[in-house]
Design a protein around this ligand. Structure first.
Ligand code: ATP
Length: 320
């Protein structure tokens, strides 16, 4: 391996820059050249490829987003496009690529590996919904951002004796909602993995808490359930308690990464670079049981992940 490429793909996540920086500097340290590929697989197809030196990643570790840009590139699912992408890599002398992204991005990495370009994936998503790893880049920053925002909503919610439904991101996964629900002391935590779509339970809970003298009622609702605004209307009608929905939205994807995201992303970037330089391919980096590991991409994509039953039960008990 003489030259490697690095790209970010799918949704951006705070900490991606720390990973890019680690890839660039570790590769150079290993005596390997690095090319940055802009805007994910789309930029690869448009040959938006730049040489990267140590200084090109200076002053980036503290920045949110991704300095390389990211994109969704639906045509990358087509075989002829994948073959063309591998040819573009060869044309630019790129022997291997590190792909920072989610499950979809790993499929693209797998396709490149099939066509002769060595690939290693790094889990980058705020949703924590990648089965092969206990940590994904951006989750820590996102939950901290959401937690601080929910604290603020709680202040005003208490003052006005309101019920607040706060919708957090996570797509079909409830990790952000569960973590914030516990960290913010929410009265109800709604996560797609466990939700029974029975609003009566929530309504009963609000009425019960109101009788106990609670002045606010915080419901953390996951994006995977959604409908926060209409839920608020129905809850207000049923309880008589003024109810407002706040959808936190994209603010959760931005901002300066936390120390944890900077550190883990740096380690994963370095680890991915090392195994790519060793000649490994078609693998994805994970963090499991306290150490950095790597899996075959197909094996990783076939793994299942579930919300911990214990964590869920505890979250319910603490919210009473
Ligand atoms: P996130 O979870 O943050 O959205 P992701 O990597 O899962 O990240 P996707 O939009 O699913 O996001 O995938 C990113 C890109 O990866 C796609 O736009 C496409 O270019 C490529 N990709 C996705 N699925 C495949 C596939 N089956 N084969 C080849 N490439 C794919």
């Amino acid at each position: 391996i003489k030259t490697i490429g690095v790209l970010t793909s799918g949704g951006d996540a705070p900490g991606m820059n720390a990973a890019i920086r680690a890839v660039v500097r570790k590769a150079i340290g290993n005596g390997v050249k690095v090319k940055g590929i802009k805007k994910g697989y789309q930029g690869l197809l448009y040959e938006e490829i730049v040489d990267m030196e140590r200084k090109d990643v200076s002053d980036t570790i503290q920045k949110g987003g991704t300095i390389l840009g990211t994109a969704r590139c639906p045509e990358f699912k087509q075989e002829e496009v994948q073959i063309r992408a591998a040819e573009i890599c060869r044309k630019h002398g790129i022997d291997g690529i590190i792909v920072i992204g989610g499950d979809g991005s790993y499929r693209g990495a797998q396709a490149l590996a099939r066509n002769g370009v060595n690939t290693i994936g790094i889990p980058g998503t705020i949703d924590l919904d990648i089965a092969c790893t206990d940590y994904t880049i951006g989750f820590d920053t996102a939950v901290n951002t959401a937690m601080e925002a929910i604290d603020k909503v709680r202040d005003t919610s208490s003052s006005h004796e309101r019920c607040s439904i706060i919708e957090v991101m996570g797509r079909n996964a409830g990790y952000i909602a569960l973590w914030c629900g516990v960290a913010n002391g929410a009265e109800d935590i709604l996560i797609p993995e466990k939700y029974d779509f029975n609003e009566q339970n929530i309504i009963n809970n609000i009425i019960y808490n109101r009788k106990k003298g609670k002045t606010h009622h915080i419901i953390v609702n996951a994006e995977g359930i959604g409908h926060s605004t209409s839920m608020a209307r129905r809850i207000e009608a049923a309880t008589g308690m003024e109810t407002r929905a706040t959808i936190l939205g994209y603010m959760q994807r931005g901002g300066s990464p936390t120390c944890k995201d900077r550190f883990y992303a740096s380690m994963m970037g370095a680890y991915a670079t090392d195994i790519l330089c060793e000649g490994k391919s078609n693998r994805v980096v994970g963090y499991k049981n306290g150490e950095f590991v790597d899996f075959d991409i197909e094996e990783a994509l076939n793994m299942q992940k579930a919300i911990s039953e214990y964590e869920y039960i505890v979250s319910k008990m603490l919210s009473q």
